[in-house]
Design a protein around this ligand. Sequence first.
Ligand SMILES: Nc1ncnc2c1ncn2[C@@H]1O[C@H](COP(=O)(O)OP(=O)(O)OP(=O)(O)O)[C@@H](O)[C@H]1O
Ligand SMILES: [Mg+2]
Length: 424
Amino acid sequence: MPRPELSAEQRAVYERIEHTREHLFITGRAGTGKSTILNHLSWNTSKIIAVCAPTGVAALNVGGQTIHSLLRLPTGIIADHDLDQPAELKKMLAAIDTLVIDEISMVSADLMDAIDRSLRLARGKRHDPFGGAQIIMFGDPYQLPPVPPRDPHERAYFADTYRSLWFFDANVWKSAPLSTFELLEVHRQRDDRFKQILGAVRHGVVTEDQANELNAAGARPAPRDVITLATTNATVNRLNAQRLAEIKGSSLRAVAEINGEFRENTYPADEVLELKPGAQVMFLRNDPDGRWVNGTIGTVSRVSGTVWVEVDREEFEVEPMVWERYRYRYDSETKKLEKEVVAEFEQFPLRLAWAVTVHKSQGHTYDAAIVDLGPRAFSAGQTYVALSRVRSLDGLYLQRPLQPRDVIVDPNVVRFMRGKEETA
Ligand SMILES: Nc1ncnc2c1ncn2[C@@H]1O[C@H](COP(=O)(O)OP(=O)(O)OP(=O)(O)O)[C@@H](O)[C@H]1O
Ligand SMILES: [Mg+2]
């Protein structure tokens, strides 16, 4: 990621982080430079910081690790389960002044509380929020929310425990004060009209004129190499399969090995993965040896028995990996969530990547993108994230015109952000 000079408001945020120990939530519209400040902080701070983000792609964007890998947290809902902290992890967490988190909107209340508990435990300060560490969070709650749990037991646990899924409803905030700083100047886009339209999409107040203007601009046919941002995995898979079919040459067909109960729509990777040299791919898991992370893009270079992928001109042999699936059982009397491994899924940690989901595009800037909202956008912030990835209307291609129903704002976000304005 390039490192521009900070603007005055960005510098003010940086100084505030540097010179206080308060917990800060730095927010602002897409492209106001939240991740840019974070990158600047990584290079220039005199504090000892650790940088993380909820998804691999978002972590990659700011040179951090996922929250789960940094804190060695188990996947799924964590609730009050025991946290396993090896000595070197404890040492690392005891040593930091500040934990910095990007894309906080995708962090659930459960994960936020797990971060709190993990830091208390590692730092041996059970009664201090976050074990006395400073928490700096960057993100925009008008962008994508945490992924809601599918499992009815997990959903029941959430409903019983939290007001909403959002990080701001975590229990830790009942005892830890949080200050908010809102960035106002957008840097990703220059054109004022496009910025205005994006602002209207963010708040769900798009006028007919604005919609017409956006739809007219996006109606041109897209050049061939433009990446597609689609809402569903099904659309992403279909587009990728089309592109793969266009490549001539040898292919490898890898069938996943599945043991135990995995519902088909919860597979962590393709059951049947077809790859050819020349195919654009994305990694789905972090490499234990750190050669790639979840979200790294590469090109398949060879498929002779195993798979070789080229990333930044280096070629790596990729081996299949195992995903474990857990099941939770929520006991509403004891309010405890028990978990057990119920299934395993083994496959190469790769997926074709000519098209990606909007979810995976959060945090990125593209010169051009095709936005494919399918029959309708189905998550709060989804349309706003997709449209705000491109720098200008010239780079925006709409697979179909935007409809009023595509613009969804979560009332919990409005409640939280209003409250912030009042206390600011
Ligand atoms: N002060 C600045 N001067 C010039 N360009 C900037 C500045 N700050 C940010 N940018 C550019 O604007 C774009 C968006 O910045 P960045 O990704 O940091 O925004 P963000 O607030 O994290 O957005 P998102 O909410 O989408 O994650 C990037 O291309 C970045 O290089
Ligand atoms: Mg960002």
